[in-house]
Write a protein that binds this ligand. Sequence first.
Ligand code: PEP
Ligand code: MG
Length: 325
Amino acid sequence: LTESLEAEAGLPCVTRDGHRIPLMLNTGLAADHVRALSYGAEGVGLYRTEVQFMMAERFPSEQEQVNLYRQQLSAFSPREVTMRTLDIGGDKPLPYFPIEEENPCLGWRGIRFTLDHPEVFLSQVRAMLRASEGLDNLRILLPMISSVREVEEARALIRRAWSELRQDEGLPLVNPKVGAMIEVPAAMFQIQALAERVDYLSVGSNDLTQYLLAVDRDNPRVARLYSGYHPAVLQALMHIAQQAHAARIPVSLCGELAGDPAGAILLLAMGYQGLSMNLASLPRVKAAIRRVDLQQARELLARVLTCASTDQVVGHLGVFMNELG
Ligand code: PEP
Ligand code: MG
């Protein structure tokens, strides 16, 4: 099987009936871009900038960030690289900036932290903009968005970083696209308002699952309750896709669900326009998509959307994947 996966790796990601869906890569620090490109990755759908921050002993300087971002942007150029602004707190602590909270996942994390520390946000955005000079394949992604105010504040800071760089350094900058993550349930019900304020949406199914089911994504005691195949999660993902289409804004997904072949088939059927995943998942997901028709995927989706339990969903998916071979 591994051999046939390798052989297919360079082929386009299309269903049997010719429906194309771009697969992208999730990365942090440096990526194995040679392999990713040989697998046909069409860019980076999620670059987790916090990894550099988590491995350092202090906040990385602007120049240190520029160096790392430049590597990533040039490795994938001309393909787009989606850089998420710092998403610390919750399950992603910084050793040199401890945040003591009773409920860290509901606390000071992601965009909440960076809007309270605009100097951190500005230095990061400046680093991204400087790193993208002449490449112009940068997209900026905002994590943990739960209100339009956060988007507006973040965009104002991005504009400020942009005009400062232009004025001070005369850099000929291109305005990058800015997107919002949909990973807090509140954001699901504000798709239209968010769509008026950003250029694209990216669903973070890991956190969305955690918050919808009220199940800690990292707690082994409740791990069996955590599933992206819970019927409520599937309904939520369907709702987001429909709302995004109605608002005419591109929507993709970058959580673990996209890297599971059965999940990828469901997301394709829901109308997601891009799937971003870890390197190891790319060949498997592509092979699965190349074996289905869109119609078949839609029938599977219709079937699982009627299920009342995760077990039933998983049962249907198991049968389907077995038949797919
Ligand atoms: C997610 O929440 O699904 C996501 C992609 O981001 P992270 O796993 O880094 O929180
Ligand atoms: Mg997340």
